[in-house]
Write a protein that binds this ligand. Structure first.
Ligand code: ATP
Ligand code: MG
Length: 380
């Protein structure tokens, strides 16, 4: 079994592997790049595992003329820039102590030890520079079955690092097969170890949830999170109920994690997921308008296409109602509309606060007419 792709055949990438190999060390692609190449998905970052110690990688790479940045030297990682492409090169590791959040690592010379400390079998696949796969843990069969499975005993692996609970649901959402369901041992282990979630930083929880909710269909993963008690733990008050209906309504549209989050809800989302100001505004707008009767055109005019689309979809999903006929062209009509009356039409008869008040009244009437009233009618 061999992988290929533009990312692997890049001259800089091949040159870096050749340099390490010529010095007598191994250079193996690992993790997301191998997994995604096997699944014919985009490869965005290149991780390389090696038996060379970080200072040796640095010396070899710099001698070959590559730039080296010590991005994660405490975990054995340096970033090597070869012909403009960044590679995260990490020395084989094995974890010697873990406290649920941090691991004390020691370097290893053996690929089996490096594989054993990784989270899921499909993330423990390696490839040589020519693309040939090395599969120390049977991850290839799991990947082909789209079976997300912990490396080793799930509960023990979670207690080493509770972030793995969220990674479990995230990778299931993206790479799993919802028709076969989530791995039951993994799910049970998550349910048994909920207490560790409280200690995770909200930034990391937020980052995982953004990625999970951007999956093509996050509904089965969110339903499993609810079932295991994970959803209630990280997002108190959230409900998975309307997410599956939203998926049906969304069919064919680009995934919008903010619309999905608005539909799940939860108390104090901003804090729970450390949302930015802009994200909070968007999600709260969607949530506020779910219960309003503002038309698709008026939503488009007030908030722009993305929020308007999210509101229309979320409303239909939550209220179990059909989508309004022609809703997308109505949003576009609103996005392109302009209030037919301007301040100039009302001056000099009106000035200052009176002018502002009158303009707001006119705007409200125009919106209530679904943006149909023209200038004469609005001024009458
Ligand atoms: P993506 O970058 O698409 O999210 P990835 O698999 O590359 O997916 P990263 O978070 O970039 O994920 O991590 C790279 C690899 O490091 C993973 O494939 C996995 O082998 C290992 N890894 C990352 N985080 C953990 C963790 N918390 N516990 C164990 N192994 C991990
Ligand atoms: Mg990655």
């Amino acid at each position: 079994m061999k992988i290929s792709g533009d990312w692997i055949s890049q001259p800089g990438t091949q040159a870096l592997c050749a340099t390490l190999t010529a010095a007598g060390y191994r250079a193996l692609f690992v993790g997301g790049c191998v997994r995604n190449a096997l699944m014919a998905r985009a490869v965005t970052d290149i991780d390389i595992a090696t038996d060379a110690l970080p200072e040796i990688v640095t010396k070899i790479a710099e001698t070959a003329g590559f730039r080296v940045v010590p991005t994660g030297i405490e975990h054995g990682t340096v970033t090597v820039i070869a012909q403009g492409v960044a590679h995260e090169v990490t020395t084989f590791r094995r974890d010697i102590a873990t406290d649920g959040r941090h691991a004390t690592v020691t370097f290893a010379t053996d690929i089996a030890q490096d594989a054993a400390r990784r989270d899921f079998t499909m993330n423990a696949l390696y490839a040589q520079a020519d693309g040939s796969i090395i599969d120390p843990l049977g991850g290839l069969a799991d990947l082909q079955a789209r079976h997300l499975r912990f490396v080793g005993e799930a509960s023990a692996r979670i207690r080493e690092d509770y972030l793995r609970i969220l990674r479990f649901f995230r990778f299931y959402a993206i790479y799993g097969d919802s028709s076969r369901g989530i791995d039951p041992e993994g799910l049970a282990a998550c349910a048994e170890n909920l207490e560790g979630l409280a200690d995770l930083s909200r930034e990391r929880v937020g980052a995982e949830m953004r990625k999970l909710l951007a999956a093509a269909n996050p509904a089965p993963a969110i339903a499993s999170m609810a079932q295991a008690g994970v959803l209630a733990q990280i997002l108190p008050g959230a409900s998975p109920r309307a997410l599956a209906p939203l998926m049906h309504l969304e069919a064919g549209l680009a995934p919008d994690w903010q619309a999905r989050l608005a539909v799940i809800g939860g108390e104090n989302l901003t804090e729970a997921l450390r949302l930015s100001k802009a994200e909070t505004v968007t999600i709260m707008r969607i949530r506020d308008e779910i219960g309003s009767t503002v038309t698709p055109a008026a939503l488009g005019w007030k908030f722009g296409a993305q929020v308007a689309q999210a509101v229309v979809l979320a409303r239909a999903a939550m209220l179990e109602a059909p989508l309004p006929i022609g809703w997308q062209s109505e949003i576009t009509r609103g996005v392109n509309a302009a209030l037919p009356v301007t301040a100039a039409d009302l001056m000099p008869a009106l000035q200052g606060t009176d002018l502002g008040k009158r303009l707001r009244e006119i705007e409200a009437r125009w919106l209530a007419s679904n943006l149909y009233l023209g200038k004469a009618a609005l001024l009458a």
